[in-house]
Write a protein that binds this ligand. Structure first.
Ligand code: GAP
Length: 477
C-alpha cells in the first residue's frame, strides 16, 4: 500500500471509530490541535500508564512529579528558550502565508539543518525556491515558538504599553529596544511550557531536600506541552498542543556515559513494550550542528511512520546546563552533596524525552493491518493486548432472545469489573460485530450462544489476529 494512502486510512479510521478527532471540529477546526475520543483517550492512558509503570513504579531510583504548566518567566529566560527556542520562518510575498523554511526546503530536496538564517536565505535565492503557490519568498527570520499569555488582571503587555503611552505615563519617542525591554520586563508575562523538562529542573532542589536520594536518581513527569509550530502537519505528529513524558536523570558528571547507555537500552525496552518491531525503529546520532542548544550528545530514535522515517523520541545528555542556569539566575545552590563526604557538585543530566502523540501514531502505524478473511477484505488494528482500548467485546449471539442476553450480561458484568475496558456489543449480526471490533483492535470477542445455555455452559472466544474460536469456561476468561 502506498505510504500516503496508509496514512489517510489511519486518519480516517481514527476519526470514524472514535480515536482522534480534529480539534474544534464543529467550528471548522483549529490548526495543530486534536481531540481524543473515547477509544483514543483509553489508548493514550494505556500508553502513559505503561510508561509510568516501567519508569517510575518499577524502579527504586525514580520520583514522579506533576508541576504547574504556568511558570515564572525567569524559567524560560534562564533555560535559553526566550532567546533560542525558534524556528526559521519565511513568508510568501504575495499571499503572506508563512512557512517553516527548513521544511519547505526539505520538501524541495535541500537539508538546511544547522544553517543560519542568512545561509538558508542564500539557499532559497541561489536555487530559486518559491512558495507552494509559486511566489517569491521573503528572507528568513526567526520565530519564537512559545505561546505567550499574561497572568493576573492585565492585558497583553503590548496593549498595556500602548495604554501607558496614551495615558502619558511613558514619554515618547523611545527606541524600539526600550519598548521591547518594557514588554519583556513585564512581570505579568507567562509562557505555556514548550517542554515539561523545566518543571522537573525547577523541582530538583525540592525533591533533593525532601528525599535526599543517592545519585544517580531521576525525576519523571507527564503532561501537556505547547509549541506554536509554524506549520503543524502530518496528523498528530506535529501538533501545537501535545503531551510529553520526560525523565531528567541526575548523574555524577564522571559517569554520564554509563547512564546514557543505560537509558539507550531502556528506550529499546520501551519501543518493544509498545509492540513496535525493532526493524522499524532506528537510532540517529545527531551531529553537533543539529543538536539542541543544551545538548552535548543526542540520539534521536526514529520510526518508520507512514509519512516516512521521522523522530519518535529523543535521548540527550544535557550536561549541567539547566541546573547551572537555575543556580545563576535564582542565586540558589544546586549542588549535590555526596553522602558521608565533603564532595559537592552540580549533577549532570541524561534526558530521555518521549512524545505521547508520536507513540500513539507509531503504535497505530505498526498495528494497522489489511488482510482477507474468507475471501473478504478486512482491516484490523493488531494492537498489543495491554494497549488495546477495548480488551473484550461481549455479545449474545442474537439480541432478541432474553435468556441469551441475560447470560451475556452476566459474563459482561464479571469481565467489566475485572478489566474495566470491556464493551457490550449487540449491534448487527455477529460478522459485522467482529469486523467492527477488529477495526478498533479488540483482541477477543466473547459470544454467548445457545450451546452456552443448553449444552456445555462454555462461551465462544474469537481471536482478532487468527479469527479462530475456542470455547472456554466464563470463569477462565
Ligand atoms: N525536553 C526535550 C525536548 O522537549 P524535543 O526533541 O523538542 O525535546 C521531545 O521533544 C519529544 O516531544 C519529541 O521526540 C516528540 O516525541 C515530542 N514532540 C516535540 N514536538 C512535538 C510536536 N509539535 N507535536 C507532537 N510531539 C512533539
Amino acid at each position: 500500500m502506498e505510504k500516503n494512502q496508509k496514512m489517510e486510512n489511519i486518519v480516517s479510521l481514527a476519526k470514524r471509530r472514535g480515536f482522534i478527532y480534529p480539534g474544534s471540529d464543529v467550528y471548522g477546526g483549529l490548526s495543530g490541535t486534536w481531540d481524543f475520543g473515547p477509544l483514543g483517550v483509553q489508548l493514550k492512558r494505556n500508553i502513559m500508564q505503561l510508561w509510568w509503570d516501567m519508569f517510575v513504579d518499577q524502579r527504586e531510583d525514580m520520583y514522579g512529579i506533576d508541576a504547574a504548566i504556568l511558570m515564572n518567566q525567569k524559567v524560560w529566560q534562564a533555560s535559553g528558550h526566550v532567546d533560542t527556542f525558534t524556528d526559521p520562518l519565511v513568508e510568501d510575498l504575495e499571499t503572506k502565508q508563512r512557512f517553516r523554511a527548513d521544511h519547505l526546503l526539505k520538501d524541495a530536496g535541500f537539508d538546511v539543518e544547522g544553517l543560519s538564517n542568512e545561509q538558508i536565505s542564500d539557499v532559497i535565492v541561489n536555487n530559486n525556491i518559491k512558495s507552494p503557490a509559486g511566489n517569491d519568498l521573503s528572507s528568513v527570520r526567526t520565530f519564537n515558538m512559545m505561546f505567550k499569555t499574561t497572568i493576573g488582571p492585565v492585558e497583553d503587555p503590548r496593549i498595556e504599553f500602548i495604554n501607558k503611552v496614551l495615558d502619558d505615563s511613558i514619554s515618547v519617542p523611545i527606541s524600539s529596544e526600550d519598548i521591547q525591554a518594557q514588554i519583556n520586563s513585564d512581570s505579568s508575562r507567562v509562557y505555556l511550557r514548550p517542554e515539561t523538562a523545566q518543571g522537573i529542573f525547577t523541582n530538583y532542589k525540592n525533591v533533593l531536600d525532601s528525599f535526599y536520594p543517592d545519585l544517580p536518581f531521576g525525576l519523571a513527569q507527564q503532561g501537556k506541552a505547547f509549541r506554536n509550530e509554524i506549520s503543524p502537519r502530518d496528523f498528530i505528529f506535529r501538533s501545537r498542543e501535545f503531551e510529553q513524558m520526560e525523565i531528567e536523570y541526575f548523574v555524577n558528571p564522571n559517569a554520564w556515559e554509563e547512564s546514557f547507555e543505560h537509558w539507550r537500552q531502556q528506550v529499546w525496552k520501551w519501543t518493544q513494550a509498545l509492540g513496535l518491531p525493532d526493524d522499524m525503529v532506528h537510532e540517529l546520532e545527531v551531529s553537533e550542528n543539529d543538536r539542541a542548544h543544551y545538548s552535548k550528545r543526542t540520539i534521536d530514535f526514529e520510526f518508520d511512520f507512514a509519512i516516512g522515517r521521522e523522530e519518535l523520541l529523543g535521548l540527550a545528555y544535557r550536561t549541567d546546563f539547566d541546573l547551572q542556569n537555575i543556580q545563576r539566575v535564582s542565586g540558589k545552590k544546586m549542588d549535590y552533596n555526596v553522602k558521608g563526604t565533603n564532595e559537592k557538585f552540580v549533577p549532570h543530566v541524561i534526558e530521555p524525552s518521549f512524545g505521547v502523540e508520536r507513540a500513539i501514531m507509531a503504535v497505530l502505524t505498526a498495528a494497522y493491518t489489511e488482510d482477507e478473511v474468507n475471501g473478504e477484505a478486512r482491516t484490523y488494528l493488531k494492537l498489543p493486548e495491554h494497549l488495546a482500548p477495548v480488551r473484550f467485546a461481549v455479545s449474545p449471539l442474537v439480541r432478541n432472545k432474553p435468556e441469551l442476553v441475560a447470560k451475556a450480561r452476566e459474563v459482561y458484568t464479571i469481565l467489566k469489573k475485572k478489566y474495566g475496558a470491556v464493551m457490550w456489543d449487540d449491534n448487527g449480526n455477529i460478522g459485522k460485530r467482529y469486523r467492527r471490533q477488529d477495526e478498533i483492535g479488540t483482541p477477543y470477542c466473547v459470544v454467548i450462544d445457545f450451546d452456552t445455555l443448553e449444552t456445555d455452559g462454555l462461551v465462544s472466544v474469537r481471536s482478532r489476529d487468527t479469527t479462530e474460536q475456542v470455547r472456554v469456561k466464563p470463569e477462565d476468561l
